[in-house]
Design a protein around this ligand. Sequence first.
Ligand SMILES: *Cc1c(COP(=O)(O)O)cnc(C)c1O
Length: 389
Amino acid sequence: MATPSSRSTQSAIRNPPFGIPQVRSDIARMEEYTPVQPFEVLSQRLGRAPDAIVKLDANENPYGPSPRVAEALSRFPWFHIYPDPQQGALRDAISGYVGVPAGHILPGHGADELLDYLCRLYLMPGGNESSRDAIVNCPPTFGMYSFDAKLSGGVVIDVPRKEDFSLDVAAIEAAVLGADPAPKLLFLTSPNNPDGSLVPLSTLRRLLDLPVVVVVDEAYVEFASGDVSVAQWVPQTPNLIVLRTFSKWAGLAGLRLGYGIFPLDIIQHLWKFKQPYNVNVAATVAGLASLEDAPLLRQRIASLVAERERLQRELAKFSFLRPLPSQANFVLCESLCVPARQVQRALADQGVLVRYYDKPGLRNFIRVSAGRPADTDALLQALGSLGIE
Ligand SMILES: *Cc1c(COP(=O)(O)O)cnc(C)c1O
């Protein structure tokens, strides 16, 4: 690749005779984020065409979006016009899907954007260590809660899950009631990432009695069996927020579309500071087309759930793997006598990508996303060929 000649670059740099303002000291001290490799780059590195890679590492939906999404996008005539800042049509459609009035619903550029908004809404930057606003986080779980809280200048109070990944309810209660100042937000994930367990409704009722705003992240709820969503509790529960996404069940991870269901007293403040055009028109059109094609997407969810069950049965047949039960579109699996990293690498060499973990509370695990039947076949074949007894 051609690089600009260093001489011309150097002569263009001006050294001003005054000091340049520094970035926020807390951000200057932050570690750099390890980005996920773009799929094309990865495909080059592995020396495999993208469709020869079995990608089971990010809980993406291998079926992709509904075919109606591409159709609707190709017909859409107004890409040059700014989106509706109020997202009226999309909020109405989501309202029909979740059964909660549209006034409670705010779409976002992925659920991730709404997590950032919530941290900024509740955590006041500044103050000294003992008076900073805090969140309660229950690891092992999705990393964005603590990431966003710290970015907003908040303190993260970790209340680790028990060994079976269930919540330590008494410890959460003690953390909320015992901390001074009291934490503002409690983040719960149901089904949880990375293990796929649900928060029992009775546990949630108990935690909602605490003086804290409870954020239930239901990114994977479409893959759970039974009526386990608490979205419909929100209008009657002033301290409950539910987050959802189109990334997993509807296959729109690359288009970025999520939404939150908020009590009216909370959503009114989000309207004041959200970016006016936070959801672009492509994501909006795709979201609407997905909701119109919900029956097809539900069939695909059923296939992914069947494949998750098959993964659980088949992975258990390998003596070095211990898969956990899951209500999401992935299976967490303990690697018993082989380092998880080694399993992950050996699979990647065969073009099968899974995620591995090796950290406190998550020592030696791999997480495998449920894919199409052929994806499972490829994974099982690759595992079989590792020659691990
Ligand atoms: C994938 C995931 C999200 C991210 O959703 P986006 O809408 O893609 O931002 C949120 N929460 C959890 C637990 C997830 O695993």
